[in-house]
Design a protein around this ligand. Structure first.
Ligand SMILES: Cc1cc2nc3c(=O)[nH]c(=O)nc-3n(C[C@H](O)[C@H](O)[C@H](O)COP(=O)(O)O)c2cc1C
Length: 422
């Protein structure tokens, strides 16, 4: 029987207090980690096979081992809780329901990477989660988990909750560091990588909130044991999957990593609402390519979803029914990305409004058939020439629409109106 780890304290329906968190085994991971060497903590995370839950799936233990832990001076660990990806709401629940779990994860992560200062960079609109974290930081300080010489180990760490000024680009790790420094939130060139020159040009490690919340469980269970919780041999641990859109039971579910997409939608999401059938979905946020019914059995994990031409992203699935116009859905996506572009590079700043405009022309029935080639070429140019991963994520779903729904898009142009409207 599957035992949830990340969501086990969610039943309170409010932030679990320090007392409740500790009663459920909280801070035991920190106690255990502080008795290990930082190298052994990193090894446990490498053994666990944990991959970053922010979207890209970079191996967490490997990232930590790349951090410059030798040069003298301050090091930082940042929890990325910006979560502005449309359709994604997993980190919000983690922080609202069990804030100590994120804090414990940050403390262990800071210990492993020798970071004396930790930040939780949280989305502007997440006021409830920010309040829960701020209260939990005070509770943890009072109990001696945060501050000088934590539990007599000699390791010291301070933690601050930083509320973002509010921009999707602030979630990109280098733009986030600029934002945290009080500068314009544009991405930085890499190299130098944050591992050597990050926040305030000091060695910095940055991980998603869910990634960090996994760490106490990995330390308590042991990396290899945590790894085996996955639903298939290539996966690792558990994962928070979200479902929204035209399903009966939208919500957030902790499941073994690699649970098939079909099972997430039908068993946990309750299947499609009565009278509607599944048309397509975005598997992990608005920046992930569309998946169609023939690939519904795909295990939801990074490599498996990549193999079918999409990306798992955040693992929060947006489901479209058979009445959904795919051109309209992409217009909706592009409206978000066009508004949110930070404006730093030309392909993103000027290219995305151009893509948005062609999509609108198709919907309005005024586009010519050869504009599909222009759309395709522009998406390709934007994808290959922009400064950071923002714009590739913005055009990737549009490119998948041109691949998977070519007939439907051409029908719009031929009919000179949206065929989905009767
Ligand atoms: C435009 C953009 C927005 C992003 N937003 C987030 C975010 O809100 N949360 C997040 O964890 N990662 C986000 N990322 C990914 C981060 O740059 C980074 O890869 C991640 O925080 C690393 O953590 P992880 O290895 O634990 O996934 C974003 C990336 C881009 C390009």
């Amino acid at each position: 029987m599957f035992q949830p780890l990340l969501t086990k304290n969610f039943h309170y329906g409010r932030p679990a207090s320090l007392k409740e968190y500790e009663a459920a085994g909280g801070y035991e991971g920190l106690r255990a980690a502080l008795k290990m060497t930082p190298d052994d903590v990193i090894k446990a995370v490498i053994d666990s096979g944990l991959r970053g839950r922010g979207g890209a799936g970079f191996p967490t233990g490997r990232k930590w081992s790349l951090t410059d832990r030798k040069s003298p001076g301050q090091r930082y660990f940042i929890v990325n809780a910006d979560e502005m990806e449309p359709g994604t709401f997993k980190d919000r629940f983690l922080m609202e329901r069990d804030p100590h779990q994120v804090i414990e994860g940050l403390l262990i992560s800071g210990y492993a990477t020798d970071a004396g200062k930790g930040y939780i960079f949280i989305r502007y609109e997440y006021t409830e989660a920010a309040r829960a974290l701020e209260t939990a930081v005070q509770e943890a300080k009072g109990a001696g988990f945060i501050g000088k010489n934590i539990l007599g180990s000699g390791f010291s760490m301070e933690i601050s909750v930083h509320r973002s000024a509010g921009r999707y680009e602030c979630g990109e790790e280098t733009a986030l560091m600029n934002a945290l420094e009080g500068k314009r939130a544009n991405p930085r060139s890499k190299p130098p990588y944050p591992a050597s020159k990050g926040f305030r040009m000091r060695p910095t490690t940055i991980n998603n909130a869910e990634t960090v919340a996994d760490v106490p469980h990995i330390i308590k269970m042991g990396g290899s044991a945590w790894k085996t919780l996955a639903a298939y041999e290539g996966g690792a641990g558990t994962k928070l999957y979200g479902i929204s859109g035209r399903v009966k039971n939208p919500g957030l579910f902790e499941l073994p990593t690699g649970t098939p997409l079909k099972e997430i939608i039908e068993t946990h999401g309750g299947g499609m609402q009565d009278g509607y059938s599944f048309k397509a979905c975005l598997p992990g946020g608005a920046s992930t390519p569309i998946i169609t019914p023939n690939n519904l059995n795909v295990p939801m994990d990074f490599d498996t979803v990549s193999k079918i031409g999409s990306r798992m992203g955040t693992g929060c699935v947006t489901v479209f029914d058979d009445t959904c116009c795919i051109v309209r859905a992409m217009i909706n996506n592009l409206l978000f990305f066009t508004r949110e572009s930070c404006g730093w590079c030309t392909p993103c700043r000027d290219g995305l409004p151009f893509v948005y405009d062609i999509l609108q022309r198709i919907e309005a029935g005024v586009a010519e058939m050869d504009e599909l080639n222009v759309l395709d070429e522009n998406c390709e140019t934007i994808y290959s020439n922009s400064f950071c991963a923002f714009a590739p994520g913005a055009v990737d779903p549009v490119r998948s629409m041109l691949r998977l729904f070519k007939d439907e898009v051409e029908e719009h142009i031929k009919l000179k109106r949206c065929p989905c409207l009767n």
